[in-house]
Write a protein that binds this ligand. Structure first.
Ligand code: 2BA
Length: 107
C-alpha cells in the first residue's frame, strides 16, 4: 500500500478531490501553508494500493495542470499616479510524494 501526499493550489483542491472520489479513491484534505510564499495551499492525502498509484497521479496531473492566468496588477508610473494593467501569472501544478505504508488500520 502507498500513501500519496499531493500539495496543490487551493483553486484546484475541490476539482482534484472530486475527481479522485469519483474514481473511488479515499481522500483527506488538509489546509496547509507553503513555507516559502507563506500562502495557503491544500495537501491531499490518499491511501491506496500500489497498482492504483499511476491512476491517482494521472488524475492529479490532469486536474492541477500548470497554466497561466491573467490578473490585474498596478504599478506607479508617476508620483501619486498608478496605472492598472493585466499580467500573466503561472498557477496550478502539484508537488507529490508517494511513500510506502508499513501498516494500515481502521480501529
Ligand atoms: P512549488 O515547488 O510548486 O511548490 C509548491 C508548494 O509545495 C510549496 O509552497 C510547498 O508548500 C510545497 N512543497 C514543494 N516542495 C516541497 C518539498 N520538497 N517538501 C515539502 N513541501 C514542498 P511554497 O513553499 O510556498 O513554495 C511556492 C513556490 O515558491 C514553489 O513552488 C517554488 O516555485 C518556489 N520556491 C519554494 N521554495 C523556494 C526557495 N527556497 N527558493 C526559491 N524558490 C522557492
Amino acid at each position: 500500500m502507498k500513501l500519496i501526499l499531493a500539495i496543490v493550489s487551493n483553486d484546484d483542491a475541490s476539482s482534484v478531490s472530486s475527481a479522485l472520489t469519483k474514481e473511488n479513491f479515499s481522500v483527506t484534505r488538509l489546509a496547509t501553508t507553503g513555507g516559502f510564499l507563506r500562502a495557503g495551499n491544500t495537501t491531499i492525502i490518499i491511501g491506496t494500493e500500489d497498482d492504483n498509484v499511476p491512476k491517482a497521479l494521472d488524475i492529479i496531473g490532469t486536474e492541477c495542470k500548470k497554466r497561466t492566468e491573467i490578473v490585474p496588477s498596478s504599478a506607479s508610473y508617476d508620483i501619486g499616479r498608478y496605472a492598472s494593467f493585466p499580467i500573466e501569472v503561472p498557477v496550478g501544478g502539484a508537488t507529490v510524494f508517494v511513500v510506502d505504508v508499513e501498516q494500515f488500520h481502521k480501529l
